[in-house]
Design a protein around this ligand. Sequence first.
Ligand SMILES: C[S@@+](CC[C@H](N)C(=O)[O-])C[C@H]1O[C@@H](n2cnc3c(N)ncnc32)[C@H](O)[C@@H]1O
Length: 529
Amino acid sequence: MNQLILGDCLEVMRKMDSESIDLIYLDPPFFSNRNYEVIWGDKGEVRSFEDRWSGGIDHYIAWLKERVAEMHRLLKPTGSIYLHCDWHANAYIKVYILDKLFGPNNFRNEIIWYYKRWTNVSKQFQNMHDTIFWYTKSNNYSFNKNGHEPSESQKKKFDKGWDQNVVKGKNGEKITQYIIYNKEKFEKNCKQLPNARLVFRETEDLKVAPPDVLEIPIINSQAFERIGYPTQKPEELLQKIIFTTSNEGDTILDPFVGGGTTVVVADKLNRNWIGIDQSVQAIKVSEMRIDKEQGLYSKPFYLQLHKYDYDTLRNKEAFEFESWIINQFGGIPNSRKGGDKGFDGKMKDGTPIQVKRSDNIGINVIKNFLSSCQINEPQLFEKKKSTQEPIGYIIAFTFGRGAVQEVAKIKNEMGVTIELITVDKIVPIAKKPQIKISLIDKGSDSKDLHEIIFTAVAESSAGIEMYAWDWDYEEDKPFKAEVILDKNGTQTMKFKPGNHTIAVKVVDNDGLEAIEIIKLKVNRELIRE
Ligand SMILES: C[S@@+](CC[C@H](N)C(=O)[O-])C[C@H]1O[C@@H](n2cnc3c(N)ncnc32)[C@H](O)[C@@H]1O
């Protein structure tokens, strides 16, 4: 299942299976000796991610190498890795990390991402490119030549059906040459010049491998896909990379996922994906971006934070919750719903697990689970009984007195152990933030548009990370943030006359969230329901 995981990518990757990933794209801090800041709140507190290295380049290279070494282990033998960097450290990265870990023979390209960004440098050339090193794990790797979308001009020629140019004949004479992609269109629409040379070509033949210099605009303040995450990369860049060197159904990993560009593009290209980041802001921004992109067609994905709140867990879809909590518990969830004999998963040694996404579990659940273990896993039952190990685990939010007593009774009378596990023993539970929204009605303008200032005020013991706004919220549909990364909780918006439903999400520093819904009747006056 697709995943977004909060944590240091080194620790997270160490828990992942070897040779399980097809393509890795990483865009780590560049050794730019800067803090990528977002001014936060009225105290002007700075926050996002650091790119400062007290031990200089050696410290940076050692830090990055340790993580790339894990990536080497995770890559399948047919896998590819793309490391995005720039002039600050690219030479060191190539020689001391990639050549060392992947071998110079597996170097494929030094891709240059060229973008126009004028700065006021005086005595040097403008820095207008980043470097992306592409290495493979072996010389057996996938490469989709037609990963390179024909340019607009090429598309026009294909649609027209032919192209023409002038070439030199054997005796130096000028000859008109027609390059024909569609014989029918050519014969029907081209007024051929006499003595011309005809060359027939399949459109496929013209799809050459992409150039190693990619001119793609940087995400500027007006860009449609801009979310406000520092160092956000353009989707087109990731499309080129993922399209060219992976296939549908492959698994893509981004261990420095940031604003979620890689996972959004992988999702659109029907690849499976895993995004890791140490920053709560990055993980929550990526989550909302995926939700926004998927809209109604949302495919469940794991969100792995450090803390969770009850309501969010309780509102998870039952099968998704069962799979997720069994995963967190270190078990293997069932791959399909239903037909599971009352077991929702198993431990690696086969010991059955049942999950109840509710409180106050009663005596009947225990009785049913016991008989299901006896009937469906008789050998394991006997073996566990003889070794005094649990014959199974039941996971729930809370257990009723009757259940606890029944388990004790079974232990005493049958010498059989059933382990009852509460959710907060598996994942840390915390209180979600509280949020209040106040409005200031600025009245309507000549076009009858009503201007409103919204101010969100939230509280959480963990501190507040960010707000997100959905201006056209539909209660039975996923939250679709139009403003994903709002640091201050203040927005001004104009509304046409009519009924409007707005939803505001607040995220605290643990990644826990709360949502507030506002219903407005906008007419001559403004009514908040
Ligand atoms: C340059 S940004 C990535 C931007 C991303 N490619 C995008 O398009 O939005 C680097 C990211 O690495 C994250 N990061 C830094 N150190 C990390 C670590 N040890 N483990 C995981 N993420 C880390 C930062 O929080 C930041 O979000």
